[in-house]
Design a protein around this ligand. Sequence first.
Ligand code: BES
Ligand code: MN
Ligand code: MN
Length: 439
Amino acid sequence: MEPGRLEELYDWLRIPSISTGGGEAKDLQDAAEFAAEIVRRAGGEAELVTIDGGNPLVIGELRANSENAPTVIIYGHYDVQGPGPLDAWQSAPFEPEVRGERLYARGAADDKGNFFPLLAAACDLFQSGELAVNVRVVIEGEEEAGGESVAAWVKADQRGADCAIVFDSAMEDAETPAITIGLRGCVSTMITVTAQPRDLHSGLYGGSVQNALHVLQRVLAPLLPDGEGNLREELRAGVEPPSAAELESWQQLRPGQEMLDEVGATPLSENSGPDFRRRNGAEPSFEVNWIEGGAARTVVPAEARAFVTLRLAPGQDPGAIEAELERLLRSEVPAGVSIEIESHTATPSLFAADLPAIEIARKAIDHASGMNTALIRSGGSIPVVADFAAAGIPVIVSGFGLADDEIHAPNESFTVTNLDLGERCARELLLALAALPTD
Ligand code: BES
Ligand code: MN
Ligand code: MN
């Protein structure tokens, strides 16, 4: 990557644009404005759009060098997760630092550093007069927080696009670029159980009164997966089994066992490794993320809270599953105890491997990388992808993250050479999309 471009990325990473709590509105605004300036400096247009008091969207345009060219949206997110415990970071999260082969910073991989090569490639092609597709730039600041701004923008947008490119995903491995054709959706839920007005002495009242932590455990128990990781049928409603061809294609990928071993995980069962691709890409999963309650020994806690996520497989309807989840939670609450449930949803997505945009992308990335591009599913979620799909826009989800980037965790990093790889692939991809049918 050209040194000036690299400096731009470092400066972008220095802005602590945290959307998940504890961030400053000014920093989100600055990170958005910074991206808009990159587009303007290349000679394009860009503005910040705020919807319903949300974090600003960067909406920009780099026009093609000819009439009747296809229109391509490029998407990334400038918001980041909070850094978590600072003493767990080897270098400050918002002071980018290269150590060995990696660039360390919050956002280095998710998503500023992953998306930046795509933005840079579009700007460079425009400046040199080689851009043969209309590029519309859409960069949001609420992806990590489950915000609605970009969904509202996509829904209201009259112009649409012939396809979108999202750089917010990972490679299959260091030698295998990937197009992520499937993403899971998500119902994320905060549960608050209130059993009494205040904590009570466990000696004086224990055995006679409701305990919020006990109720919370009973409420959660029916949702837990069985020993194989299977969820109850009500929560599997809508799951679309993968085709024989797709199942077959997964055999060519790295064994699931290896993917569990490389992070030192303890598998649920003997099948978790061999069946990893199907479970991760084509089944829902339920996780209790954290539980809180009780402040001292020998009390009966009055209140308890849990945060849970239910990942949804392609085919599942987030609204229907959310309603079912709430029904199951409420059904276990004893009389007199109150439960408060607050959920956010994201819709799953799946694209056919033979869509023209996917086929063009696969060839372009093969060619630019000199490697074989895999079509994969990810168990993660990128909510906007389903919004584009609902607007009739096929989406090329890709990116050059790797499993050890530690996204969302301390010491997040991105492989420095993948900035160049991403830029080369993005460049060829944008050039190749000139051949996309525009009907
Ligand atoms: N970029 C990630 C999701 C991702 C990571 C997809 C790696 C594919 C490969 C994204 O920023 C993310 O963290 N998404 C959240 C969405 C949630 C807040 C609705 C997730 O998956 O938890
Ligand atoms: Mn991301
Ligand atoms: Mn993320």
